[in-house]
Design a protein around this ligand. Structure first.
Ligand SMILES: [Fe+2]
Length: 584
């Protein structure tokens, strides 16, 4: 069976995955191992883990697929570099990263302490947006679908539309540098005082509080085109002129200022990072989200007109916008959606591998990605070793080993309903940005105070950011206005009006929740836990937030125990162990 190592390298959210015989056997983001959020660079630890998990050596790999292609769109890149903007640091930094892609074999050989000639794998470059498409369509349940990707930039493209049919992807059109919906959203995120890489979701959360007071101005910045795509008024931005500082190497990515003085003339002073979020900034956030959604639906509706199929697969950083995703079926004719658990750049490791596999394979649909649980898992004896290493019994903790699984779920559900904060660590780590019931902090959604308690005691998040509900899949249409499945927390739905007061801790300002629907097939342990909670409380919902403080989501028992000890989590349920802080 052919083995393909897929990687996203020299870029934010660097990651690796392994495909064996056309099936994704594992995947992980480098940040989970290195413990630095959004880590950019070469994902060597991820590659090592993927191989050791599958009991393979680097010499066993047939192909290495990377989600960048130095020759894609090259004519445009060179033209721009040579004629228009020769000193542009944006382009220079991207091109120097692209140059490094040619050094992959030597980088891997050095990391594994072998010679380059011992690595038989052929390197395959897959254009960034093709890799995004592959990360969605090729692992979707569809044999024929519209494919749309939207992000900041990758290989100098920011949006691509295509038709996916069996093992082929036919590109329809794309949007090139400097026009980008992702850059628009990121620039406005910076303007609103959020400067960290990946902070865009904060603007999405804030958008529930304002009004559309700046909508008309926003529409001057992003213009819809008759061809179903869009363009930016680039005078509001810097990325195509002075250049924007970008740091992508061996650490958290840093993106310099993206907006020009003209944006400040239009909206007044940008918000300082620690400044109070006044009504004006709330209105800007709401208007940004609205223009994003209008542009998004414009792209999708036009894609439907041209492709005329009911199914759509989506990917790209912008597809993390769960609020817009939750409105697709109401605002477009598409009836069936597929969004993978990692629609942002981490997922391109899987996409690159899948694109190449579909090139060399003769079988169609070898893998449908229904589960996000692709990372490391740990047995009870490994967990026990860590418990002993940390001497938890002597640190004021009561450690119980509960062999009977029903008993474990009952006790945990009891603790949740009593208002305790639970660290829940089970099975394989999730691939993607969301904790989906294997590396989660769980609390009672009925208690309105839990949001503040979580923020004071652990998460220290901004006041306007919502917490998410996990719900038994079969109960979704009783509690939400839409009843379809949302396995990866990739959509936001409205909570039914009459139910909102019953689950105040997971109901956002606008009456929505970014839900995860949990089925027994996808996650039996988590399903049974929620079922126990329902039998105690008649509420089939638990508040689920990621198991971390401000670091990447915990990956190993060591990470979980350290987070448990350094925060005010009351109970840690890890494997079959239930550990309580006695003094808590
Ligand atoms: Fe991307």
């Amino acid at each position: 069976m052919k083995t393909i190592l897929g990687i996203n390298a020299y870029h934010g959210d660097s990651s690796a995955c392994l495909l064996v015989g056309g099936k994704v056997v594992n995947a992980i983001e480098e940040e989970r191992i290195i413990r630095i959020k959004h880590w950019a660079g070469f994902p060597i630890e991820s590659i090592k883990w993927c191989l050791s998990d599958a009991k393979l050596n680097i010499q066993d790999i047939d192909y290495i697929a990377i989600s960048r292609n130095p020759s894609a769109h090259l004519h445009k890149k060179i033209l721009r570099t040579l004629t228009k903007i020769p000193s542009l640091s944006f382009l220079k930094s991207r091109l120097s990263n692209v140059a490094r892609i040619g050094e992959i074999k030597s980088e891997i050989a050095a990391a594994f302490n072998v010679s380059e000639s011992q690595i038989k794998a052929k390197i395959e470059n897959i254009e960034h947006h093709m890799a995004h498409i592959g990360s969605s369509f090729f692992v979707s349940p569809f044999s024929n679908a519209a494919c749309v990707t939207i992000d900041g930039f990758g290989d100098f493209v920011s949006t691509m539309r295509a038709v996916g049919k069996d093992r082929a992807i036919e590109i329809l059109d794309w949007v090139e540098f400097p026009h980008s919906l992702g850059i628009f959203y990121s620039a406005m995120t910076q303007f609103l005082g959020f400067w960290n890489y990946g902070d865009e979701y904060k603007v999405m959360g804030l958008s529930a509080y304002g009004s559309l007071g700046f909508k008309n101005q926003m529409m001057e910045i992003v213009k819809l085109k008759d061809n179903g795509l869009f363009e930016l008024d680039t005078s509001f931005f810097l990325h195509d002129k002075e250049g924007v500082e970008m740091v992508w190497e061996n650490g958290q990515p840093v993106i310099g200022k993206l907006f020009s003085d003209k944006l400040v003339e239009m909206f007044g002073n940008p918000r300082e990072t620690n400044e109070e979020i006044s009504k004006k900034y709330q209105d800007i956030a709401t208007s940004v989200q609205d223009v994003y959604e209008n542009t998004f639906f414009h792209i999708l509706n036009d894609a439907y007109k041209k492709i005329k199929v009911d199914s759509i697969s989506l990917a790209g950083g912008c597809i993390q916008n769960s609020l817009a995703n939750g409105k697709i079926t109401q605002n477009t004719p598409f009836k069936h959606l597929y969004i993978p658990p990692a629609s942002y750049d981490a997922g391109t490791a899987i996409g690159a591998a899948m694109c190449f596999w579909n090139k060399i394979s003769t079988s169609t649909k070898t893998f449908v990605m229904e589960s996000p649980y692709l990372g490391p898992e740990f047995k009870n004896d490994e967990i026990e070793n860590q418990i002993n290493l940390y001497n938890l019994s002597k640190k004021g903790c009561q450690v119980e080993f509960i062999k009977d699984e029903t008993e474990l779920y009952k006790k945990t559900a009891n603790e949740i309903s009593a208002g305790k904060i639970i660290g829940w660590f089970q099975g394989r780590t999730e691939f993607g940005p969301r904790a989906l019931g294997n590396r989660s902090i769980l609390v009672d959604p009925r208690r309105s105070e839990m949001k503040d308690i979580l923020n004071q005691r652990i998460k220290r998040r901004e006041w306007f950011r919502p917490f998410a509900p996990s719900i038994l899949e079969e109960k979704t249409d009783e509690w939400f206005e839409q009843g379809s499945s949302v396995p990866f927390m990739e959509k936001v739905f409205k909570i039914k009006e009459e139910k909102r007061k019953l689950i105040p801790a997971v109901c956002h300002e606008d009456g929505t929740g970014r839900l995860q629907t949990v089925s027994v097939k996808m996650n039996p342990k988590y399903y049974k836990l929620i079922k126990q909670f329902e039998s105690l409380t008649s509420v089939p919902i638990i508040l689920n937030t990621s198991f971390n403080d401000n670091e990447p989501i915990v990956n190993t028992p060591k990470d979980a125990i350290e987070c448990f000890l350094s925060t005010k989590i009351d109970v840690l349920v890890i494997g079959d162990f239930l550990i309580s802080k006695v003094s808590a």
